[in-house]
Design a protein around this ligand. Structure first.
Ligand code: KG4
Ligand code: ZN
Length: 359
């Protein structure tokens, strides 16, 4: 079966053509047009600019995906699209495009939750991965733990009560003067710090982002504020706006270590409590080299199999939406021409539940 997928929930317009055979995926194309350069001028995503940029890019991105895949439009068996959660104007562009394409081709239209799409990215490269498993999603908008009993059920068992992990990376990066989004640059700075310093003897001690012992919840807002205050204090101490490189490295390193320790602690407890034998980590922050190592080590200690997508499949892309769409289609979950987009997870869940109850 050939799936065509569209992703436009935030600041990347993406279209992909993916071949699925018995749950095995071959990515024939996965085109991503990033708006980062546009939003970098503002230090963050500007929703209206994002919608307009998706509107300008979507047709060419889709054309390029079909061209690179070397298929005819008539070979497409289903169209999958991210319909929630995300920026509503951005989502609407992808949803409108996908609805039209599915209608013209007279093929099923599959509504995909962006977060579940991130998790499904793991199926593309890990052929042996099958539910049940535990999923950790770390992105710019989410930090959540899910029990995944089957391909289309996601039961949240923990989440950030405030900022998402990626948001904390980006805000700290911005105050340090790093290019937007700050995650990748922070990763590099932290690596430089770890190369010369013992991570167990931190130069700066920051608040732990894990909430209590009785939940699997996180909190990144206190950590983010403490790091930003430290940056301001270090600048004031030196009466300069330019921090020395070694201080920037130490802040990035100690912040990253605190994030990794907080996530590993909750993960370890969740693996113990659920007895899960497999963990999937997904989302943009899953590209962080230090977090990948820390989570791999946590899984090794708990004798848990660890599946994480390769770096190009961690960030937003349409191939992951195709993989999720395939499993939804197999479960009989398709939308009709009245499909809408939803900014929140809750509204998306209600919509999918209404589709499932109609089956
Ligand atoms: O999943 P994603 O592409 O978009 C959302 O669904 O939010 O995640 C984007 C987030 C941004 O916050 C970005 O800074 C972060 O992923 N990110 C990283 C790294 N690469 C991307 N954070 C830490 N280390 C990285 N290497
Ligand atoms: Zn994402």
């Amino acid at each position: 079966m050939i799936l065509f997928a569209v992703e436009s929930s935030c600041d990347e317009t993406s279209a992909a053509v993916v071949k699925a055979e018995d749950g095995r995926f071959t990515v024939l194309s996965n085109i991503i047009s990033s708006q980062i350069a546009i939003h970098a001028l503002y230090g963050g995503v500007v929703p209206e600019i994002a919608s307009r940029a998706h509107c300008e890019a979507v047709t060419n991105v889709a054309r390029e995906a079909v061209r690179e895949a070397g298929i005819e439009l008539s070979e497409i068996d289903a169209v999958a699209v991210t319909f929630a959660p995300g920026l509503i104007g951005s989502l609407l562009v992808g949803v409108s495009f996908a609805k039209s394409l599915a209608a013209v081709l007279n093929v099923p239209l599959v509504p995909v939750n962006h977060i579940e799409g991130h998790v499904a990215a793991a199926y593309i490269e890990h052929e042996a991965l099958v539910p049940p498993y535990l999923a950790l999603v770390v992105s710019g908008g989410h930090t959540s733990l899910y029990r995944v009993p089957d391909y289309t059920t996601f039961e949240e068992i923990g989440a950030s009560r405030d900022d998402a992990c990626g948001e904390a990376f980006d805000k700290v990066g911005r105050v340090m003067g790093l290019p937007y989004p700050g995650g990748a640059a922070m990763d590099k700075l932290a690596a430089e710090y770890f190369a010369d310093n013992d991570p167990e003897k931190p130069v700066f001690v920051f608040p732990f982002p894990a909430v209590g012992d009785e939940t699997f919840d996180f909190s990144f807002s206190g950590l983010k504020t403490a790091v930003i205050n430290t940056i301001h204090n270090e600048k004031q101490k030196r009466k300069t706006d330019e921090l020395p490189d070694e201080i920037r490295r130490a802040i990035a390193g100690c912040f990253t270590k605190t994030v990794c320790d907080g996530i590993s602690k909750k993960l370890s407890a969740a693996l113990r409590e659920t007895g899960a034998s497999t963990l999937v980590m997904a989302g943009g922050v899953a590209a962080n080299s230090h977090l990948r190592r820390a989570v791999a080590e946590t899984c090794r200690r708990r004798k848990t199999a660890f599946c994480v997508p390769s770096l190009p499949l961690c960030g937003d892309n349409a191939a992951m939406i195709a993989a999720a769409g395939y499993h939804l289609l197999r479960a009989g979950i398709t939308a009709d021409a009245s499909l809408n987009a939803f900014a929140s997870d809750e509204a998306a869940e209600d919509y999918i539940a209404s589709l499932a109850s109609c089956r």
